[in-house]
Write a protein of this length. Structure first.
Length: 259
């Protein structure tokens, strides 16, 4: 299927590895030129060069902390005029409700709610002027079914979801769609970190911790960055113009819900 993306430009945040890299690679495979962002310069440039070599698209790598105003300014300088924005940032650390104070919540909101909103506000007006644009926010399955130990993530990502619900319907008539991808457990560094948490909390090995978590997924496995990226590319495509303000679960059936 031709996604109609050849020649478009995209900003993909937190794209040196994991789900962000999966999205960057999928878009590059459709002929999209990229602005890739992450905090670690070495890993980012390695991923960017691999994409240049494999797909032959233009890739600008910008090492910066997107959660800071200075970092966003640095990224936006290179990303001006992009057709596609993929918002992504690592989730806050797990813990118990008694562990967190105001500063912890502010950090979570900055990374997982306010930074994506700032990028949307900066880049969507030009998309509206051109009559076409796509925004995909990578959030979490916890938006649909809160995860007790991820209270910081639950709170911040739910806030972004509420913002998108209203904003997406205000810009849809201008040819711009905004949607959210809600990953369940995928085979990324984040999954390893959470597996380690289970291992430590229960005093079991990492293999057992992973098997335990896989057992709770109807698909019986973790997702892959490749299939996640493919879903992102479709939401960015010419075929997804009638999908507005939606929250698409990619969780292997982990969230047990009729709607």
């Amino acid at each position: 299927m031709d996604l109609g993306l050849k020649g478009k430009r995209a900003l993909v945040c937190a794209s040196s590895k994991g789900l962000g890299l999966g999205c960057a690679r999928a878009l590059a495979g459709e002929g999209v030129d990229l602005v890739m962002n992450a905090r670690g310069a070495e890993a980012l440039e390695a991923s960017a060069q691999a994409i240049r070599d494999e797909f032959g698209v233009k890739v600008v790598a910008v090492a910066a902390d997107i959660t800071t105003e200075e970092g966003r300014e640095k990224v936006l300088k290179e990303a001006e005029g992009v057709d596609i924005l993929v918002n992504n940032a690592g989730g806050p650390p797990p813990g118990m409700w008694t562990d967190w104070d105001r500063e912890d919540f502010i950090k979570a909101l900055d990374a997982n709610m306010l930074a994506p909103i700032a990028l949307i506000k900066a880049l969507v007006p030009a998309m509206i002027d051109r009559g076409w644009g796509r925004v995909v926010n990578i959030t979490s399955q916890s938006v649909k079914a809160p995860i007790p130990v991820l209270g910081l993530s639950n709170s911040a990502r739910a806030g972004l979801t509420g913002y998108v619900a209203g904003t997406s319907r205000q810009v849809a008539g201008k040819g711009v769609t905004i949607n959210n991808l809600l990953p369940g457990i995928h085979a990324t560094d984040r999954a390893v970190s959470l597996d380690q948490g289970v291992s430590k909390a229960q005093g079991i090995g990492m293999d057992e911790a992973k098997a335990q978590r896989c057992a709770g997924i109807p698909a019986g496995r973790y997702g892959t960055a490749e299939e996640f990226g493919a879903a992102c590319a479709f939401l960015c495509s010419q075929h997804a113009g009638f999908i507005v303000g939606q929250n698409l679960l990619l969780d292997g059936g982990g969230v047990n819900s009729t709607m």
